[in-house]
Ligand binder design. Structure first.
Ligand SMILES: [Fe+2]
Length: 316
């Protein structure tokens, strides 16, 4: 297959390294993230979120008066760091001071929407290939389902992607393409756009949805090994009292099976399984899709508040 680079950038990030999240109630955030199946460590009024069996801190949850994305840290290879930094400035990024709550290293900047980002040299967290779907049939004569009373707790294996609201889709997509070297896999006009990293990546790493209120965190997605994990995850959150969800269903763009659970602060947390994968060197044959073909193939009706941006920031 022909290798094409139409992003206009010379270098690109490979992974989401971590993110920071402001919430108005740390106790509640701890209850939610533990119920979700993450490995949560509390230090004073801060939470560190890991996936079990991995020392990497995917997220830091910090106290604040309102829910908001505190920062997004993107990882790159050492040889690409300087070039991406130059691309970010050339594309309109504004250099920023490292915040007191963040890692002082790397290159901190604001994107055109006002999000605080960090570029850092980091291990590639995005897998190098597509995982096998864990769901398996069993031979005749054997019960395939486990008992409800002994259902295992679902523990996501990694942070998969994020969806951010933007007040200006064309400006934002152009910035992330030219500055950070991601590419658009698929989009639906200026409603939603899905971008992927060039070094071998899920169908989307960072997605954007237009909001009249500008920037904001819509959801973070966490990978589970199969449809059973998505369904059991939805069930464990219902049992924990988190009944506002959307799923189980299957997306069209990305093809992943999903269940979204809304936290108490207006963010959604997605269990995601079997998302499409774009190998390194392959240009995804995506396009501009009708809205009807952009959201889901099957699943429950969309909750009315699913695309509400609960954050309110000054427009940039
Ligand atoms: Fe998602």
């Amino acid at each position: 297959m022909e290798i094409i680079d139409n992003s206009g950038s010379q270098a690109g990030v490979h992974s989401i390294n971590s993110f920071g999240l402001f919430v108005p109630d740390i106790d509640e955030a701890q209850r939610f993230t533990e119920a979700f199946g993450l490995d949560v460590t509390r230090s004073g009024d801060e939470l560190q979120l890991r996936t079990f069996g991995d020392a990497h801190v995917w997220a830091t949850v910090l106290p604040a008066s309102r829910k908001a994305l505190a920062y997004l840290s993107l990882g790159c290879y050492a040889e690409d760091f300087d070039e991406i930094g130059r691309q970010v400035i050339a594309a309109g990024g504004r250099a920023a001071q490292a915040p007191a709550y963040g890692d002082a290293g790397g290159f901190w900047f604001h994107d055109p929407d006002g999000n605080l980002l960090q570029l850092c040299v980091a291990r590639k967290r995005m897998p190098d290939g597509k995982a096998e779907l864990a769901d398996r049939s069993v031979p005749p004569g054997i019960q395939g389902a486990c008992f409800r009373s002994t259902a295992p707790k679902v523990h996501p294996t990694r942070l998969a992607h994020m969806l951010l609201f933007t007040g200006d889709m064309p400006r934002t997509v152009a910035f992330y393409e030219r500055g950070l070297g991601v590419r658009v896999a698929d989009r639906s006009g200026n409603i939603v756009a899905f971008t992927y990293a060039r070094h071998g990546c899920d169908h989307h790493l960072i997605a954007f949805a237009t909001s009249e209120h500008g920037r904001g965190l819509h959801h973070t997605a966490w990978d589970v090994p199969g449809i059973e994990g998505v369904g059991l995850g939805a069930e464990q959150m219902r049992n924990a009292g988190y009944t506002r969800n959307w799923g189980v269903g299957r997306h069209v763009l990305g093809s992943n099976y999903f269940d979204y659970v809304r936290d108490s602060f207006g963010s959604w947390w997605e269990y995601s399984a079997h998302i499409d994968y774009i190998p390194k060197g392959i240009e995804w044959q995506g396009g501009d899709r009708n809205p009807e073909d952009s959201l889901y193939l099957w699943g429950p009706s969309l909750p009315e508040d699913f695309v509400d941006n609960s954050e309110r920031h000054p427009r940039q």
